[in-house]
Design a protein around this ligand. Structure first.
Ligand SMILES: Nc1ncnc2c1ncn2[C@@H]1O[C@H](COP(=O)(O)OP(=O)(O)O)[C@@H](O)[C@H]1O
Ligand SMILES: [Mg+2]
Length: 390
């Protein structure tokens, strides 16, 4: 479907944007593989839209270049780039039918027989039966699909999506995430999707670039970012992490020694272990380390049942400060000497009625599920900036 000569990866080299003395995007190197679903994820104001607009040609970079495959498009006018954009406000033409909205790009290029292509495109976004309606006769999600069809009709090599689902309610947004993913798989072109919603990025993208303050902080597959965050910002921004300040007892032989090597730390009298391979910094015996574990990796037992915990598990004592039953799981907040507010999510299978606020408990988890971060950074980075999805 794409022009072979125009094919290839999107390559940003040293691209940056200054507004006066303010740097919206710091020099950035990024390769977005052809045909991938790529997400730029970050809090409001971190430079996502600016980055996207530089790819589109709507914003002139202060430094650096944009390549599409072998072609340097940095100085190319937006309309000459094989790129199209879908925005949050989809701005369909209100007086035109859905069919004519989608046909618009073809007609502007002087294409005479548009019917087959428009019908195919409406089929792709599953709106065939609404061809003759006007935009106001469709739901928000349907209108956004029209916007996607309209952007795809000219067969761009890259589709840029800037918070396209931001105006939709939560349930519709979830449906549209799956729908957009299906469309991308079907057309096979590169999608670059901007969002501040970490669940949305993880659901849809093959690769997520987490942005913070005009920089890409970490890049990887969703599961890789979630399981092995490299910074406190990523650990806190993507889901929830318990981060424990610990002192290194045995530094192991470092990540280079292979997967067998283990780091031993202590925190308020508890000894904890983690694989050296999951530590994103080189620990030093006697030095500090932030030890992380996700809430769903932790099990909880009443303090009376400590002897039921298998040997070799990481164990931390505490007291239940709060619990909330949310159906599939119960979410606990545990006060412990090791860490003030540990979060624990327990699946609702067999509930121990004694696990109520005030109860003395033992938290335990596998050392394998523990990661290590450089202690020389803000332990709360990424927490306040998470916007509630509405
Ligand atoms: N035209 C502009 N002039 C001055 N500052 C701008 C302009 N456009 C964006 N910015 C600033 O650059 C930063 C990044 O903006 P933007 O890329 O829109 O962030 P995001 O899309 O991640 O919310 C913000 O602090 C914003 O205020
Ligand atoms: Mg934006």
């Amino acid at each position: 479907m794409t022009d072979k000569t125009a094919g290839g990866d999107v390559r940003l080299s040293g691209i940056s944007k200054h507004y006066g003395t303010f740097t919206a995007v710091h020099p950035l190197d990024l390769t977005i593989p052809q045909g991938s679903f790529f997400a730029l994820l970050g809090a409001s104001g971190c430079g996502k839209t600016t980055t996207l607009r530089m790819i589109a040609g709507l914003e002139e970079p202060s430094t650096g270049t944009v390549h599409l495959g072998d072609r340097d498009v940095t100085d190319l006018q937006p309309y000459k780039r094989p790129v199209n954009t879908v925005f949050q406000s989809y701005a369909l033409f209100p007086h035109l039918s859905i069919f004519e909205n989608v046909a618009f790009g073809l007609r502007r290029r002087g294409v005479k027989s548009v019917k087959k292509q428009v019908d195919d495109m409406l089929e792709l976004v599953q709106l065939g039966q609404f061809a003759q309606r006007k935009p106001h006769q469709l739901s928000g999600g349907q209108q956004q699909r029209v916007a996607v069809a309209r952007a795809l009709i000219n067969h761009p090599q890259v589709l840029l999506l800037d918070e396209p689902l931001g105006a939709l309610d939560l349930k519709l947004r979830r449906q549209m995430q799956l729908e957009l993913k299906r469309i991308q798989t079907e057309v096979g072109i590169t999608f670059v999707h901007v969002t501040h919603d970490q669940e949305e990025a993880m659901t849809m993208a093959d690769t997520v670039a987490v942005m913070n303050g005009g920089r890409v902080e970490q890049l990887g597959a969703p599961a890789e970012l979630y399981e092995n965050p490299g910074t406190t910002f990523v650990a806190n921004f993507l889901g929830t992490s318990n981060l424990i300040e610990a002192t290194v007892e045995t530094a192991g032989t470092g990540a280079a020694a292979g997967s067998g090597s283990e780091i031993v730390v202590s925190a308020a009298g508890s000894t904890l272990r983690l694989p050296a391979a999951r530590c994103s910094t080189t620990p030093r015996t006697g030095g500090k380390l932030l030890v992380g574990v996700r809430p769903e990796k932790i099990s909880l037992v009443h303090a009376d049942e400590e002897d039921t915990i298998a040997a070799g598990r990481n164990k931390v004592p505490g007291r239940i400060a709060a619990s909330s039953f949310i159906g599939v799981s119960t979410q606990y907040v545990i006060d412990s000497q090791v860490c003030p507010e540990l979060e624990v999510y327990v699946q609702n299978i067999d509930r121990d009625a004694r696990l109520a606020p005030g109860a003395e408990v033992i938290l335990h988890w596998s050392p394998e599920h523990t990661f290590g971060l450089d202690a020389d950074q803000d332990i709360d980075a990424g927490i306040e900036t998470v916007e509630e999805s509405v």
